[in-house]
Ligand binder design. Structure first.
Ligand SMILES: O=C1C[C@@](O)(C(=O)O)C[C@@H](O)[C@@H]1O
Length: 259
């Protein structure tokens, strides 16, 4: 079966996600505003394409005014960098848990500021909440990544495909799955699921990765198998197995030049 869907890349500022080399993204993981400002200055000088603010690391995440204040400071420093806003829940590998009401309120409020380019919404939320967030985000020209993470294991290929397909059906602009390998076969499972999505089902960009050292290879081969963004590390990483940004650009360029 071949993919007859018309593929829709995502254009964010000057970037086209889903075309060419995977885009390099690095996360801001500071606990306090001053640390986040410092990290943003470091990222401004780095050779990266995008930034993710992992707001679950921010100790004032439950104070919306402090979140918006800090977001404005990030934007002062990085006015034209495509920016993802992510609250990663503890059950999916993040730093803390929020009530589902506040999770929706936080994401809605941030999408409505128009200050971020993309928000990350976890797949395992109520469908109505996800749909509400997509509507509000799109009203403010903000794209939505629907994501899922398993920090324990790698589900079977069919399950990976089913979760990515479900994220598409729900209306994600970009779908994402990150899983933990227990073996080298698990890494192949993730790559195989990504490749099958690309060849048969995907009509929009995906982000997939197998985490930790074993899975690191999956963070380099996105252009071949179909993952559009790779999360890299500078000083700190936001998940195990992220490749240092200093290596990432040259490896992605080498692979690109030979495809
Ligand atoms: O979902 C992802 C992917 C990630 O978990 C990784 O494995 O690189 C890192 C997170 O910061 C990001 O939100």
């Amino acid at each position: 079966m071949s993919n007859t869907n018309t593929f829709k890349p995502v254009r964010v500022k000057h970037l086209t996600i889903g075309e060419g080399k995977p885009k390099i993204c690095v996360s801001l993981t500071g606990h306090r505003t001053e640390q986040i400002i410092e990290e943003a200055h470091t990222l401004k000088l780095a050779d990266i394409d995008m930034v993710e603010w992992r707001v679950d690391f921010f100790e004032q995440v439950e104070q919306l005014d402090q979140v918006t204040y800090t977001l404005e400071r990030i934007r002062d420093i990085l006015p034209s960098t495509p920016l993802i806003f992510t609250f990663r829940s503890a059950k999916e590998g993040g730093q803390c848990e929020l009530s589902s009401n506040y999770y929706v309120e936080l994401n809605q409020a941030i999408a409505a500021t128009g200050e971020v380019d993309l928000i990350d919404v976890e797949l395992f939320n109520e469908e109505t909440a996800i749909q509400q967030l997509i509507t509000i985000a799109h009203e403010h020209n903000t794209f939505v990544i629907i994501s899922n993470h398993d920090f324990q294991q790698t589900p079977p290929k069919e399950e990976l495909i089913s979760r990515l397909s479900r994220a598409q059906q729900l209306g994600a602009d970009i779908t994402k799955i990150a899983v933990m390998p227990q073996s080298s076969s698990d890494v192949i499972t993730l790559l195989d699921a990504t490749n099958t999505m690309k060849e048969q089902h995907a009509d929009r960009p995906m982000i997939t990765m197998s985490m930790a050292g074993k899975g690191m290879i999956s963070r380099l081969t996105g252009e071949l198998f179909g993952s559009a963004i790779t999360f890299g590390a500078i000083q700190k990483s936001s998940a195990p197995g992220q490749v240092p940004v200093s290596d990432l650009r040259s490896i992605l360029s080498l692979l690109h030049a030979n495809l």
